[in-house]
Design a protein around this ligand. Sequence first.
Ligand code: EPZ
Length: 432
Amino acid sequence: MDIFRIDGGIPLRGKVKISGSKNSALPLFAASLLTEEETILQNVPNLSDVNFMAEILSELGADVSQLDTNSWSIKPASIVHYAPYELVRKMRASICLLGPLVARLKRAEIPMPGGCVIGNRPIDLHVRALEGLGAEVRLSGGIVQVNGSNLSGNSVFIGGRHGSTVTGTANALMLAVLTPGCTILEGSACEPEITDLCHMLKAMGANIEGVGSHLLKVEGVEKLKGCQHTVIPDRIEAGTYILAGAITGGELTIEGINAAHMGSFLDLLKTAGLPLNYKKRSIKTSENLNLSPVEVVTLPFPGFPTDLQAQICALACITNGLSVITERVYPSRFMHVPELLRMGAHISIEGSSAIIRGTKRLTGAPVMASDLRASAALILAGLAAEGETWVQRIYHLDRGYETFEKKLQKLGAKVVRLPKSELPKSISSAHN
Ligand code: EPZ
């Protein structure tokens, strides 16, 4: 269990290349099960979640090999319909194995995904999509059992009370592409990661219309073929680095992004007065002048992404005035707040909103990472804070940020990854 030590207060400078999107790569691995032929995935981020997914596919019987750091080959010539509990419980995204397994084998047994610190993670919309296409779904002993012996195309509404579901839409799509007849998925998610999945499915021979919209029309086909697909850039990683530049008052060039995937986020920073100049593939932050407070509401795409909510909270902590950040996707996604308070932030939670009064400086402190994006927020705060910040449980970061500390070190950040044994006694005793 490694930790980070950060010496804050250094403006970051230089260029950083964005990796492939974790939230695109994971459903794409699952989609590769839809054919017996080989799929090659490129620009795959080198993350623990990707390694988990590769391990699960191997356990299912697929021949999975890593061609280089960011490329994988998957040949699922013969696979079984049940996934191992030990691996699946580690990663919620494994739920998107349901669609392809039922599409390919007409049945699936996947352990119910584990809980998660960001809030309740139900799968009722996934079930609605599967049942809408004729599957029978049972939950027995914590295992989701699906019988898909009698599938047929249908019109299904898969939106929920918090808006669309990303992996629910992925599951519905991956089932529909091999389900006889025409399927209409109303209330679909239209995140760039879903668009990326549609592009790969079409390259495999799927028949999908309405790509990028909330209404997807799928004509089922008999078989799909293998393909080669390049994963889109990670818009959340890109946003995290843009905020690293802003919070440290540095000048960064973030390369390899797709600005079209980041509209609401970039618009918000512009309104806050952060001078950004961006072309299609790269964004440059500059010394941030005095930023204005922000008002943010997280929403499904194209709204402000919930996965950048914790990170914008960190920036708001040192922005003059009162910022209000409301979480509409996961209303209780504020695990980062108690830790930011330890660093001198002024935040109060009212319902699903964080009211943040900006302060001149944060001060370094020992903090505990809790989930992937909350951990990123603590790193940003540590980079901006005066003094030393020790971050424990950084395995959360390794799930979604490729070589995070190395990329930050290249930008001049003083951050080191250490074994937990290096934690000062004063901190380890206080924390236990
Ligand atoms: C995906 O999770 C992402 N993960 C999450 O990123 C992201 O926060 C989330 O979408 C929202 O953008 C991956 O893509 C692997 P949802 P997903 O189904 O698909 C409710 C990260 O940090 N809901 O879109 O699981 C749900 O409770 C992770 O990279 C139901 O009510 O999220 C939430 O309020 C965290 N019933 C909302 O919908 C369902 O059946 C959106 O959830 C499913 C979801």
